[in-house]
Design a protein around this ligand. Structure first.
Ligand SMILES: CC(C)(COP(=O)(O)OP(=O)(O)OC[C@H]1O[C@@H](n2cnc3c(N)ncnc32)[C@H](O)[C@@H]1OP(=O)(O)O)[C@@H](O)C(=O)NCCC(=O)NCCS
Length: 167
């Protein structure tokens, strides 16, 4: 297996949005409603937003490919807290999970954080997303807080904030 992680390019945004839809429908079908999945995908993966994030300083998008097939991606960003980077998105195709791709993507987020002088990597994960919470615990994160965020459209996100040191 040849795993390659490289930056997402503007030409990739439609493929990333399509990949997100496949992974979200598997990951969130039992956690949030189909309407909330559609709402959040439209809100977060529309082409203008992705293109803007690709061009933004302090923002990173990377994609993972196995033998040339795109199987996952991450995005991360510097937060307003000095020394802190946030893993904003981490998604791997269901049939490619549990082979270390998520861990390799987290390692890439750690590398971005270290290069930017950060010491802490944080993320938000749905409280019902046991699979992802287990993966994050395996990769050194611990629950730091719980938050409920109104995301509009009548929807809320009920998340844990998890954090790990990257030094
Ligand atoms: C979270 C995610 C990115 C991890 O990716 P991955 O490639 O499977 O990660 P790794 O192979 O590095 O680590 C997998 C670890 O996660 C945990 N894990 C994964 N699936 C699990 C499951 N069904 N039950 C229990 N633990 C599980 C285990 O600790 C596993 O390690 P193991 O296989 O050695 O037991 C992936 O599960 C995913 O894309 N999930 C759906 C999308 C999602 O929820 N993303 C996070 C949004 S905050």
């Amino acid at each position: 297996m040849s795993l390659d992680i490289r930056p997402v390019a503007p030409a990739d945004v439609d493929a990333i949005a399509a990949l997100a839809r496949v992974i979200w429908q598997d990951a969130y079908a039992d956690i949030i409603s189909a309407a909330q999945i559609d709402y959040m995908l439209d809100q977060r993966y529309n082409a203008p937003r992705l293109l803007a994030e690709l061009a933004k300083p302090g923002y990173w998008w990377d994609q993972a490919c196995i033998d040339g097939e795109r199987v996952g991606f991450l995005s991360c960003l510097l937060t307003d807290t000095p020394g802190e980077i946030k893993l904003d998105k981490l998604y791997v195709l269901p049939q490619r999970q549990r082979r270390g791709v998520g861990g390799a993507l987290i390692a890439r987020a750690v590398a971005h954080g270290l290069a930017a002088g950060c010491d802490t990597l944080i993320l938000a994960v749905n409280k019902g997303n046991a699979r992802a919470i287990a993966a994050y615990e395996k990769h050194g994160f611990a629950i730091r807080d719980g938050v409920r965020v109104d995301i509009g459209g009548g929807f809320v996100m009920d998340d844990f904030i998890m954090a790990r040191s990257i030094r």
